[in-house]
Design a protein around this ligand. Structure first.
Ligand SMILES: [Zn+2]
Length: 462
């Protein structure tokens, strides 16, 4: 395996990387292992972010503990900030009592007593025993109350977790050793001091009223009601939807609207198509989950008029965003013109080719699987593969036929997202196409649920 392919496997989080290391000379891949413990170059960190076990398995498979530890300690042993993934793997090193790992974390805490990741790591290694160190470091920080208070809260929260959320109850507290009780008291003092200071700064004693007025704190239901009322009472009946409300509001409204309201909205859209892109985008979102009740040609024309104008980043360009919203609306309908649009998109060379799957006739499985396989073989754009993936899984889930075995196997190999790969693995198993090789790899997958799944089916025929 060449190192570029190995890097891709690690980025995607495939267990093949660890298996390969177990059976081959790890030398050409060591740099990638070290890098992965620093930058965590994975697809969509928000959902694929938890990778400590994956990194640890790579280190074990390569027997590269000392090498990785030294590389990380040399680079981050005296920096103010330590990357999150480095802290996480150092926590693991410290848990297995690797020489130097705990001092590394303690030193990182001294340099930045407010680092959440280091606080979490120390509590992860030493439990409540780390609290005295954490609280005394935090107490020594004079300025920057916001950070200090947040860090103190974080430590208190984790302490609560350690004790089954009862750490802050007086009776549990009194059973702790004295130094830990003191530490919790200190942390509470920091939080209380911050509250007092902030109230003085803001010139009021109770901030709950203010918090409620902050728009970001209004419960979703309230936002929804106000948009609904607005659209119901004035907009639809007077024939104008003119608010600049966001995506969710219009889509949600569409989900809940009655048939007459939907029809009104459809007429409104047709009145502004094909060139008023801002309005088209808003109205089209109403049909994200509901079929557009008028002739789909209105949406098709809006797409054809604007598709060449939109930017690559459709969410930035108004034309591109309108096209995206119209395509999503079309995906709820069935018509030969929509199938034609699907074919036209599939033959495009720009990113719009990624949308052909959602416009494919919903009740077709065989030729969809074939076309998918064909498209997939030449596709290299990760975003396109990712968006196709959810559509393929949706369809494979509905039909569950062997026709999906090959496209799903291709998706398993090339989907950059571990969360979506989990669905793929389950579907492959369901149609009897999860090979032994895949199952072995899944034991080392970056996604925890995938590991659990293959462990749960081990020994049972797929
Ligand atoms: Zn995904």
């Amino acid at each position: 395996m060449d190192p570029t392919e190995f890097r891709r496997l690690v980025r995607h989080g495939l267990g093949r990387a660890a298996l390969h290391l177990q059976q081959h000379d790890p030398e050409p891949f060591l740099e990638t292992i070290v890098e992965s413990c620093k930058s965590n170059d994975c697809y969509d960190r928000q959902v694929n972010g938890n990778r400590t076990q994956y990194h640890w398995d790579l280190i074990e498979a390569a027997s590269a503990h000392q090498l990785v530890f030294d590389a990380l300690a040399n680079e981050f042993g005296s920096t103010l900030e330590v990357p999150y993934w480095t802290v996480k793997i150092m926590e693991r090193f410290a848990q297995v009592k690797f020489p130097g790992a705990l001092p590394f974390l303690e030193s990182a805490l001294r340099r930045d007593p407010t680092s959440w990741s280091v606080i979490s790591a120390l509590i992860g290694v030493d439990g409540l025993g780390s609290l005295p160190r954490i609280s005394s470091n935090l107490s020594s920080v004079e300025a920057d109350h916001d950070n200090v208070c947040d860090a103190a809260r974080h430590a208190l929260y984790l302490a609560g977790e350690e004790l089954g959320n009862q750490a802050l109850l007086a009776d549990v507290l009194s059973e702790l050793p004295d130094d830990q009780q003191d530490a919790i008291e200190k942390l509470r003092t920091i939080v209380a001091r911050y509250r007092r200071n902030r109230n003085v700064r803001n010139g009021h004693r109770d901030d709950s009223r203010r918090r409620r007025k902050d728009p970001s704190n209004i419960p979703f239901r309230d936002v929804w009601t106000s948009v609904e009322d607005q659209i119901k009472s004035s907009s639809i009946r007077s024939g104008v939807i003119s608010t600049d409300s966001g995506y969710t509001s219009y889509r949600e409204w569409g989900k809940h609207a009655d048939d007459l309201q939907i029809e009104h909205a459809a007429y409104e859209l047709s009145a502004h198509a094909p060139t008023d892109v801002a309005r088209i985008a808003r109205y089209a979102q109403v049909f994200a989950k509901r079929p557009y009740p008028l002739d789909p040609q209105i949406l098709i024309d809006a797409i054809d008029t604007n598709i060449e104008l939109g930017d690559q980043d459709y969410w930035i360009s108004p034309e591109g965003w309108a096209v995206h919203c119209c395509l999503r609306a079309l995906s709820n309908m069935s018509d030969s013109r929509i199938s034609d649009m699907s074919t036209r998109l599939r033959n495009r060379s720009d990113h719009w080719r990624g949308y052909w799957t959602i416009l494919f006739p919903p009740n077709d499985s065989g030729s969809y699987a074939e076309l998918f396989e064909e498209s997939m073989r030449s596709e290299t754009d990760e975003e396109v593969i990712h968006s196709w993936g959810s559509d393929l899984c949706d369809r494979a889930g509905r039909f569950s036929t062997p026709a999906f075995a090959r496209p799903l196997a291709l998706l398993y190999d090339s989907n950059p997202c571990g969360v979506c790969r989990h669905d793929t693995v389950k579907l492959l198993h369901r149609i009897g196409a999860l090979t032994d090789r895949m199952a072995r790899e899944c034991h080392y997958d970056s996604n925890e649920s995938t590991r659990e799944f293959v462990a749960s089916i081990a020994g049972t025929p797929s």
